[in-house]
Design a protein around this ligand. Structure first.
Ligand SMILES: [Ca+2]
Length: 288
């Protein structure tokens, strides 16, 4: 009975969210972005339970499995790396971290030997960790960013490089094998403007672009990795409006098994949203 009611809720939620977001999102985006291109819109396809005690810092997906990095100082039971079932949000496996580290971004990648791996960074310790997909620690390493912080990380399989945010407008690119910096870009909002976008946080590489959410904003930026230009601003302020007072900011973006669908969540959010972008591929087709 509970399962039936939950399915009924999801169906209702789907239609409500689709209508509200499709109509409302565009106007909100224009108001908040100074007229920036807002053609990329989304619909909510599914609402999945998420652990509201999880201070989500990184979300990444591979082969039907969703992985989450959870941060916060305190005790080793708080900072975790987990595998979630993307269908129902259930925890499949988890491992705790030392209480001296504050877990931040995490991304799936394939190493030079073809091994499937997870790379996790930390907030202030300048220390990163590489796990196998059973969450066994394979190695740790030290790194540098523009200010020493580690916030978000994603992986570009084409260039075989990691993209790392540190809360500044800069994104740093690390070579997959040496973990040394190859280059960096400064993310700007408008062409011919020097206005950098601070507080870039969780990242996701998608379709040749970098998606980044902005700390304490309900925006996700679509960034050109070649020049740092913000190509699109996607406004998610209508996604989780009836927000629990204990919930924190949006901070989780992951691809799914479909190229235009994503998982979106936040710190202490009770829901994980499966959403679908539309508008973007139509534009790409017109350009080509
Ligand atoms: Ca991500």
């Amino acid at each position: 009975m509970v399962a039936i009611m939950w399915q009924y809720f999801l169906v209702i939620q789907f239609f409500i969210e689709c209508n509200v977001l499709t109509l409302g999102q565009h106007e909100t985006c224009k108001e908040n972005s100074g007229g920036k291109n807002c053609n990329l819109q989304y619909a909510v396809l599914n609402v999945i339970p998420h652990d509201k005690d999880a201070f989500t810092q990184g979300l990444t997906y591979f082969d039907g499995k969703l992985y989450e990095s959870i941060g916060m100082y305190g005790n080793s039971q708080v900072c975790k790396v987990r595998e979630l079932n993307p269908e129902n949000g259930n925890v499949v496996q988890k491992t705790s971290m030392s209480n001296s580290y504050f877990g931040e971004g995490m991304t799936y990648f394939e190493d030079k030997d073809g091994n499937h791996r997870l790379m996790q960074i930390t907030w202030k310790a300048r220390k990163g960790f590489i796990y196998d997909l059973n969450l066994n620690l394979i190695k740790s390493f030290t790194y540098q960013t523009t200010n020493g912080d580690g916030w978000g990380i994603t992986y570009n399989p084409v260039e075989q490089e990691f993209v790392v945010s540190d809360g500044s407008p800069w994104l740093v690119f690390w070579d997959r094998d040496t973990l040394q910096e190859k280059r960096r870009i400064r993310v700007i909002l408008e062409e011919n403007s020097n206005r950098g976008v601070s507080y870039l946080n969780e990242l996701e590489f998608w379709n040749g672009y970098i998606l980044a959410n902005v700390w304490y904003k309900d925006f996700i930026l679509l960034i050109n990795p070649k020049n740092g230009m913000t190509e699109q601003i996607i406004d998610f302020s209508s996604l989780y409006t009836d927000r629990d007072p204990n919930a924190d900011c949006l901070n989780g973006i992951s691809v799914t098994n479909r190229r235009d669908e994503f998982f979106i969540t936040g710190k202490y959010w009770p829901f994980l949203y499966r959403i679908k972008f539309y508008g973007f591929f139509e534009e790409e087709t017109k350009r080509s």
